[in-house]
Design a protein around this ligand. Structure first.
Ligand SMILES: Nc1nc2c(ncn2[C@@H]2O[C@H](COP(=O)(O)OP(=O)(O)O)[C@@H](O)[C@H]2O)c(=O)[nH]1
Ligand SMILES: [Mg+2]
Length: 476
């Protein structure tokens, strides 16, 4: 038993009703189509937090014959006091009438007590055609809110606002595809204002959604941290008999293990992408991203590889800065209190300069052959030699997380993780950078992280997520 409010999302076909439902119920499985008439039946989509329904949105077909419906209602109503009953009578009498199937479907939830969310497209001019629909909705007597959802580039929202204000208790602009999360919350609060019984429930839902969002960020950071550990430490092994070994050239063995190593790294990164998307309840994102791969001649700082990986020179120079800062930490300790951490600064500059001036090529994993034991020899490839690799993985993961966590469930665009020139890493507090650097260095040497180190890495990655968000926001 739940007293969670129900809202029927109604309006003309193809104005973004299903998109509003998808976004507010965080469900990307809702039919959103270019063709009108995709939705033939009303369908309820509950939003659950901790397994409890907090509110439900009902996706409905659009109005087809509003004028005829209104004529019928006017002919059957005696006074303003019987209008809601007249609407109910219309639905009961026309249940099996194919001409009014869509109207019966969409009015059904309203006569059962659902609130109204009326969706219009603010990018096309206001038309009086909508007045029959709006009048019918007003006759239901249900709490009502109108959303101006602009699909195209033009803006007629002011005219819409003036008209809608006469029919609905609250009128809001809300873009189902691009509205940021805080607008979802403020919309829920507005719903709470429509009916006293809903206020506490929806205020609670707002708190829970905020809490859930914070929790998801923390979980995302843990997922990224675990992937970093795995990717940095990964080693491909193969144990061969002496005769098998004789049948292989060293090069062909290295090549075989190298292929396997790359495949694993790519799959591990893909698994991280999917885990992040699932965490945010996105199950059908189409993503375009350069593969995590390179050739032995790839120079880490060449435009070519940076573009391939989607990370910038400045970003990697900053990673180099982080690396240098560790080297300088000793200096820092000596000068502690006497200077403002200039030791770390100088070390950092040297690290960055080293990256630039000494042609810092990404040091690739190499093949190691173990000693012959009982006629068997183990060949090992990996882990990666170069800590910069960890920063490449981190930069890509943070960018992907940002796009997923800011994506509405009505979004259908290809998620194109285009490289941009980003140098947000320098804005991450140095203590976090140290923790990341230490963890990456340890994993590279295949030394397991202690639970404390693991925790610190996750905390530092979460700080990186915050830093990246702020950095993006500051760039508008
Ligand atoms: N750009 C943009 N497109 C939207 C938005 N809302 C809906 N659309 C598009 O408009 C079309 C109709 O949307 P849909 O939600 O299926 O409308 P419905 O028929 O009212 O349920 C789809 O192609 C959507 O992708 C929006 O906020 N922004
Ligand atoms: Mg629809």
């Amino acid at each position: 038993m739940t007293d969670a409010p129900v809202f029927a999302v109604v309006g003309h076909p193809n104005k973004g009703k299903s998109s509003v439902v998808a976004t507010l119920s965080q469900n990307d499985a809702i039919a959103i189509a270019l063709e009108p008439g995709t939705t033939r039946h009303s369908q309820a989509y509950p939003l659950r937090i901790d397994n409890e329904v907090r509110y439900t949105l009902v996706d409905t077909p659009g109005f087809q014959r509003p004028r005829q419906v209104l004529e019928w209602l006017q002919a059957h109503s005696l006074s303003a006091s019987d209008r809601a009953e007249t609407v109910a009578a219309f639905v009961h009498q026309h249940r099996d009438d194919p001409r009014f199937q869509d109207e019966c479907e969409l009015l059904g939830p309203l006569i059962e007590g659902a609130g109204i969310i009326y969706v219009v497209d603010g990018s096309v001019p206001y038309s009086a055609e909508n007045e029959s629909e709006m009048t019918i909705l007003r006759w239901t007597g249900q709490p009502s809110l109108a959303l101006i959802n602009s699909i195209g580039p033009d803006d007629y929202s002011e005219a819409w606002h003036n008209a809608l204000g006469q029919f609905f208790q609250v009128v809001r602009k809300f873009n189902a595809v691009s509205a940021p999360f805080n607008q979802h919350l403020s919309l829920l609060k507005a719903f709470g204002q429509l009916q006293p019984a809903w206020e506490a429930v929806l205020d609670q839902a707002v708190l829970q959604l905020s809490g859930q969002r914070a929790q998801r960020k923390e979980q995302a950071a843990r997922l990224v941290a675990t992937a970093l550990e795995d990717l940095m430490a990964w080693q491909e092994q193969r144990t061969l008999t002496a005769s098998q070994l004789a049948g292989h050239s060293r090069d062909s063995l290295a090549e075989q293990l190298r292929q396997r190593w790359y495949r694993h790294q790519r799959q591990r990164e893909q698994a991280l992408r999917l885990a992040i998307e699932q965490l945010y309840q996105h199950h059908r994102i189409q993503r375009q991203e350069a593969e995590l791969t390179w050739h032995s001649e790839h120079d880490l700082f060449s435009d070519n590889s940076r573009q391939t990986w989607g990370v910038s020179k400045a970003y990697l120079a900053t990673a180099g800065f982080g690396a240098g800062a560790i080297g300088g930490a000793g200096l820092d300790a000596i000068t502690l209190g006497a200077s403002l951490g200039t030791g770390a600064l100088i070390g950092g500059l040297l690290g960055a300069a080293g990256s630039y001036f000494y042609g810092d090529r990404l040091k690739l994993p190499v093949l190691h052959l173990g000693v012959l034991r009982n006629g068997l020899q183990t060949a090992r490839f990996g882990p990666v030699q170069d800590i910069q690799f960890g920063y490449v993985v981190l930069g890509r993961a943070v960018d992907h997380w940002w796009h997923v966590s800011h994506r509405n469930h009505a979004g259908q665009d290809l998620l194109d993780l285009e490289p941009t020139d980003r140098h947000w890493l320098e804005e991450l507090a140095s203590a976090y950078r140290h923790d990341i650097q230490h963890a990456l260095a340890r994993c590279r040497r295949q030394r397991a992280l202690s639970s404390d180190q693991r925790h610190r890495l996750a905390v530092a990655v979460e700080a990186a997520l915050d830093t990246y968000s702020q950095w993006r926001q500051s760039r508008g």
